[in-house]
Design a binder for this molecule. Structure first.
Ligand code: HEM
Length: 223
């Protein structure tokens, strides 16, 4: 087996995942005050709305698409009547719609950061790496959806399942086209960077809001 392939698809993924896990733990313990999305809504609201909404909905659907499509083995989907061709068709068109939404949203967010003075002045290098990284990773993914025509269910999908179940099989990645490898390696690099950026807010989604009791506001009617 090729050494570069082993480095890229066995060693690097575990380094990235280790930094991801321990990076989050250490940031949570040492820097909890800065553990947030660093909202800029109070500086500019109108342009933020479209970009942030398109990006977040697109990205979250892309995330669930990746998790379901790659982590569930095809033999289970076969039992449910979804064969490889149907799976590929659904992944292709859902990935295209949600990926385009996320990519346009990111473009609008980057445009806003660079062109509105008060946003630009409060933008850090870390913010630019975060948005730039997301643009690169989602752009590479979208490129594969639009122009790649590679059957991933016998190669990339079992490879990623091997990584998360600690039964790695890097040889599966040997003949995967370069554009897919670029998407995967850049996504892993972004995963390793995320604990040190504002992306930590993903893990503090305010899910409690869905379950808490209503807060009632009543107008005081003068007697
Ligand atoms: C889990 C649910 C999520 C919630 C509740 C959430 C919430 C938020 C909020 C409140 C902001 C600040 C918007 C503002 O400026 O006022 C934000 C910004 C941001 N979020 Fe999320 N987010 C979530 C998931 C994600 C995911 C999955 C990603 C990326 C993979 C992401 C990436 C970003 C980025 C890059 C920004 C900064 C955008 C900018 O200001 O240019 N978020 N998010």
């Amino acid at each position: 087996m090729n050494a570069a392939n082993t480095l890229a698809f066995l060693v690097f993924p575990y380094i990235a995942l280790t930094v991801f896990v321990f990076g989050h733990a250490s940031r949570y313990l040492t820097d909890r005050y800065e553990w947030n999305a660093r909202s800029s809504e109070f500086l500019e609201k109108k342009k933020l709305f479209l970009g942030i909404t398109l990006f977040h909905w697109g990205m979250m659907l892309v995330f669930f698409g990746h998790a379901g499509g790659l982590l569930i083995p095809q033999r289970f989907l076969d039992l449910m009547g979804i064969n490889g061709a149907t799976h590929t068709f659904l992944a292709h068109y859902n990935g295209m719609a949600t990926g385009i939404a996320a990519f346009i949203g990111l473009g609008l967010l980057m445009y806003r950061r660079l062109t509105i003075l008060r946003i630009r002045l409060t933008t850090s290098v870390n913010d630019l790496i975060t948005l730039g990284g997301l643009i690169f990773v989602s752009g590479a993914g979208l490129y594969n959806v639009l122009f790649g025509d590679y059957y991933i269910l016998d190669t990339i999908a079992p490879w990623i399942r091997g990584i998360v179940t600690f039964t790695p099989a890097p040889a599966l990645m040997q003949n995967v086209p370069l554009s897919y490898k670029v998407h995967i390696l850049s996504a892993l690099a972004l995963l390793a960077f995320s604990p040190f950026s504002r992306l930590v807010h993903i893990w503090s989604a305010p899910l409690g809001y869905f379950f808490r009791s209503w807060i009632e506001f009543r107008r005081k009617i003068p007697e």
